[in-house]
Design a protein around this ligand. Structure first.
Ligand code: ATP
Length: 248
């Protein structure tokens, strides 16, 4: 029998500012150890879905008004973003959000903020991150604001890894990056998934690349899941090709 998914989103509705209905009943699941793509055009509701899971909506006057979110079989809707980080759920925001005035290494260390284990463990994890991102080791003392877009995306993912996550909610990792760098980032996501067992829910407008690395995908349109399936099958689907891959 298939294992219980690490994440289950059950028919959630999200409203901003008490009036703007943005998610109109979204359901999805991420299997333990899976990479799941959440696809759709700009404004479809991908970011809102990720924030509804990590409970980052409140800061934006958004709220889940219907449905539920379960992580490892436990309902987590009422937890704070910090609690979720401690439990292993961390979101990597769109646009990378490094602290530009801090060094690369200082940025990575901020990712360990919820942890109580000693500095030796944190140091070990820093080395783990540098092993996955050798480029960050070279640039450890550089101010993050002066590194390239690709390096900042690496910092954002590396920072998430410092909290020892089990599930990373990754928002538009390809945004603004040259194709070669996009591949580099996705290869690292793949490696973290394989070697560290991290599960990923990946919001992407870059359908082609996302479906190459994901095992399963959901397509959001206007706050609803309009299609879902195995990544390989979605990539072969004529509607997906026409609307999202520009290949019809
Ligand atoms: P993007 O690629 O731009 O992030 P997305 O698919 O992630 O697109 P969302 O950012 O979730 O989409 O936005 C979905 C809809 O919700 C959009 O119409 C957007 O204008 C609206 N929206 C997002 N944030 C807010 C907010 N804080 N207040 C009101 N409306 C919002």
């Amino acid at each position: 029998a298939p294992a219980e998914p690490i994440l289950r989103v059950n028919n959630i509705e999200v409203i901003y500012d008490h009036v703007i209905l943005v998610l109109k009943g979204v359901s999805l699941a991420v299997p333990e150890g899976g990479i799941v793509a959440l696809l759709g055009a700009n404004g479809a509701g991908k970011t809102t879905t990720l924030k509804a899971i990590s409970n980052l909506l409140r800061a934006e006057r958004g709220e889940v008004t219907k449905g539920s979110v379960e992580y490892q079989g436990r309902q987590v809707d009422a937890l704070t973003p910090n609690d979720l980080v401690k439990m292993g759920v961390v979101q990597v925001m769109e646009g990378r959000h490094c602290f530009g005035h801090l060094t690369v290494e200082e940025n990575l260390l901020t990712g360990a903020y919820t942890r109580r284990d000693g500095s030796a463990e944190i140091k070990k994890d820093l080395e783990m991150v540098y092993d996955y991102f050798p480029r960050l080791r070279e640039r450890r003392s550089s101010q993050a604001g002066y590194t390239s877009g690709g390096e900042q995306q690496m910092v954002a993912i590396g920072r998430a890894m410092m909290s020892r996550p089990k599930l990373i909610l990754l928002d538009e990792p390809s945004m603004g990056l040259a194709p070669q760098l996009v591949d580099e980032i996705f290869e690292i996501v793949h490696t973290l998934n394989q070697k560290e067992g991290v599960s990923f829910l990946l919001a992407e407008q870059n359908t082609m690349v996302a479906l190459r690395y994901a095992t399963f995908g959901y397509i959001l349109e206007n706050g609803r899941v309009v299609m879902e399936g195995e990544a390989g099958k979605l990539a072969e689907n004529d509607d997906v090709k026409e609307f999202y891959l520009g290949m019809a």
